[in-house]
Ligand binder design. Sequence first.
Ligand SMILES: NC(=O)c1ccc[n+]([C@@H]2O[C@H](COP(=O)([O-])OP(=O)(O)OC[C@H]3O[C@@H](n4cnc5c(N)ncnc54)[C@H](O)[C@@H]3O)[C@@H](O)[C@H]2O)c1
Length: 247
Amino acid sequence: MNRFNDKVVVVTGGCRGIGLSIVEKFANEGAKVYALDFKLPNEGEQFLTDNSLSDRVKTAQVDVSNLDSVTAAMEYVIKDAGRIDVLINNAGITRDNLLMRMSEAEFDSVINTNLKGSFLCIKAVTRQMMGQRSGRIINIGSIVGTIGNAGQTNYSSSKAGMIGLTKSAAKELASRNILVNLIAPGFVITAMTHQLTEEQKNFFLNNIPLKRGATPDDIANVAIFLAGEESSYITGQVIHVDGGLYM
Ligand SMILES: NC(=O)c1ccc[n+]([C@@H]2O[C@H](COP(=O)([O-])OP(=O)(O)OC[C@H]3O[C@@H](n4cnc5c(N)ncnc54)[C@H](O)[C@@H]3O)[C@@H](O)[C@H]2O)c1
């Protein structure tokens, strides 16, 4: 199917993990996709798992926590593609530590990338989407933004903040037909979760009713839904995609 023919989709943190899966799903549906990332693949290195999509995917460097970098990256996309239909705020980091040991730098870097980064990217595409009188913004949060997690005061605060950001932006932008939602994954098997201890992984797996971690595609499928016509009456929502872990 080519449900997103001629649509322009921007995915932050799009060069690996969940972001890469989202990039490939949209490209596979005919979209022109911009994978913006802090760390781009090396010259000549293949990052797409399906190289037949390479005509439809462009990469550009961005640090989402930096205003000038975000402004430059979004200006590049708008100049290159002429519009932005979908923004997916997926770039995210963890710097886990117990509260007593967490440094100010560990707290700030996670808030600045996950929460402020999403705000800066939304701000940078809003004028364009308002002019188009249409747009979809999908934030990638986390289950821990709702339930919290020991060792992740920085990360869970950033993801809880993204829920407020989603709802406020949804209310502010609804009159311009810009829909803003948040996907809250639970445990997804990516490089980010490889950092977890065996004990942490077992805790998740034992408590997930569907008894498996998510694949990046499980998350990307919901992003496709939230960017498509079928979800045109959904805004300001937190969609938990976690095998039933939070309920
Ligand atoms: N993996 C999980 O279990 C899980 C669970 C819940 C939520 N999430 C969220 O999903 C998103 C993607 O996670 P993932 O597991 O694919 O992570 P990942 O670490 O595999 O990929 C994250 C990507 O973001 C990029 N990035 C980091 N900082 C950036 C910055 N300042 N500017 C631009 N790009 C930056 C990285 O280079 C990387 O390509 C994150 O927001 C994460 O918090 C992941």
